[in-house]
Design a protein around this ligand. Structure first.
Ligand code: AMP
Length: 425
């Protein structure tokens, strides 16, 4: 038997109702903040990710699904392609490619779809997973650097979580500085790590050289006391980063969004500057981050584009669905009525009736003329329909149908023209 590939899974009904609920709520909330949808390809040139996410990150160094695509025609060159491991790089590429900054306006964009990382599968962690992603990006004159953009985005996330009924989340906030203050911090970090480096895990030893910020993200228990004593980025912020971070916090306080400062919060992608954040949730166990994001003021330039500061986030939809306090059954809507054609030739009449009722917005499941009435009524009950409509020769002649309430068993005869309203009552 051929099974789904390790780390991938099928999303089946009724569970898909949970996914639809979350996605619809996201679209509605994004609309209130004037975001518009963008869709980018699922695969891109490999160098887009290596240059933006960063060569030294786990994602690029070990988790990407990459292949050499050999051109079929002589005119096609072979190139290295990768299934997108995240959405921001593709969106910024599209921003540059289509010169979206030329309007001089902020671009507020969202994207929903699958991402791919070759991680070790476990609960809440998959190789194909789904993100709801949003980005605000634009030329500095559009206000793209303003702390109010950061605060609005965070407040929007709080609103979204509230709308879908997720409580008990924590907004963890940090500033990871910028190109101006980061080198000084990296130096201080390297010097501090050097003292204990032989006591640290292998990953930390490598990162201490290549990307010391990532040491802060180490989860190895033995390393924690050492990491807790390392210098904090917040003490190394330059004046403008410090003021920016303070302004974000003031605005959050003004709109009543609570947060905690986590000075060890660094994200798994290299492009982040200044504001970095995660929303975590207690119900999720080890993989407790439902969403994360941050600012990426130099990303566009590093991909050869114009100056276009931005900030964005990615919600892990798989984890969000796990944290939802709702069940799929609660969110699923059963059909209004089951139409039971009785006897040869009645499929045609049933189909005609179904078409008319569906046109009035009635949700119909259609039976078959070969089924006995008992089986039809049982099926109607099993699928949760409120009514069964019986279509037999007598009903067709009278143009009035037996409408059976499947909960009470009560049955009445209703003319065709009144059926729709009667069912919707
Ligand atoms: P990132 O793109 O790494 O910033 O992740 C953003 C969010 O995506 C995380 O907070 C998770 O909720 C989710 N996520 C990341 N990787 C996975 C994965 N392998 N499986 C499921 N969700 C994931």
């Amino acid at each position: 038997m051929i099974k789904a590939v390790r780390g991938t899974r099928d999303l089946l009904p009724p569970d898909t109702a949970l996914w639809n609920f979350v996605e619809t709520a996201a679209r509605n909330v994004f609309r209130l903040y004037n975001y518009r949808e963008i869709r980018t390809p699922i695969f891109e040139q490999t160098q887009l990710f290596s240059r933006s996410v960063g060569e030294e990150t786990d994602i690029v160094s070990k988790e990407m699904f990459t292949w050499e695509d050999h051109g079929k025609a002589a005119s096609e060159k072979s190139q290295s392609l990768t299934l997108r491991p995240e959405a921001t790089a593709g969106i910024v590429r599209a921003y540059i490619e289509h010169d979206l900054g030329r309007s001089g306006l902020l671009q507020k964009l969202y994207l929903m779809g699958p991402m791919f990382r070759r991680e070790r599968p476990q609960k809440g962690r998959y190789r194909q997973f789904y993100q709801i992603d949003a980005e605000v990006i634009g030329p500095p004159a559009a206000g793209s650097e303003s702390p109010s953009v950061d605060a609005e985005l965070l407040e929007m996330l709080a609103t979204f979580l509230e709308r879908i009924g997720i409580t008990g989340w924590t907004l963890e906030l940090n500033s990871v500085g910028c190109a101006n203050d980061r080198p000084k911090y990296n130096e201080a970090l390297r010097a501090a790590i050097a003292k204990d480096i032989d006591k640290m895990c292998e990953d930390c030893r490598r990162r201490a050289v290549t990307n010391p910020l990532r040491v802060l993200d180490c989860k190895v228990p033995e390393d924690q006391p050492i990491i807790d004593k390392l210098p904090r980025m917040l003490d190394y912020l330059d004046e403008s980063c410090r003021q920016h971070f303070q302004a974000v916090q003031d605005l959050l306080a003004a709109v009543g969004v609570s947060y905690v400062i986590n000075s060890r919060l660094v994200r798994g992608l290299d492009y982040y500057t200044r504001t970095a954040f995660e929303f975590t949730h207690g119900a999720l166990g080890a993989q407790n981050a439902i969403l994360g994001g941050g600012r990426y003021d130099g990303l566009s330039e590093s991909l050869g584009g114009p100056k276009a500061p931005g900030i964005g986030f990615a919600i892990g939809e798989d984890r969000l669905v796990l944290a939802l306090g709702k069940t799929a059954e609660e969110l699923s809507t059963p059909p209004d009525a089951y139409i039971a054609p009785l006897g040869a030739g009645m499929n045609r009449e049933a189909a005609r009736l179904a078409r008319g009722l569906r046109g009035q917005g009635v949700v119909i499941e259609l039976g078959d003329e070969t089924f006995r009435l008992k089986k039809s009524l049982e099926t109607g009950g099993k699928i949760g329909a409120r009514f069964a409509i019986i279509v037999g020769e007598n009903e067709v002649k009278a143009d009035a149908f037996a409408l059976k309430n499947l909960t009470t068993g009560e049955q009445v005869t209703v003319p065709r023209t009144e059926l729709g309203n009667r069912i919707k009552q």
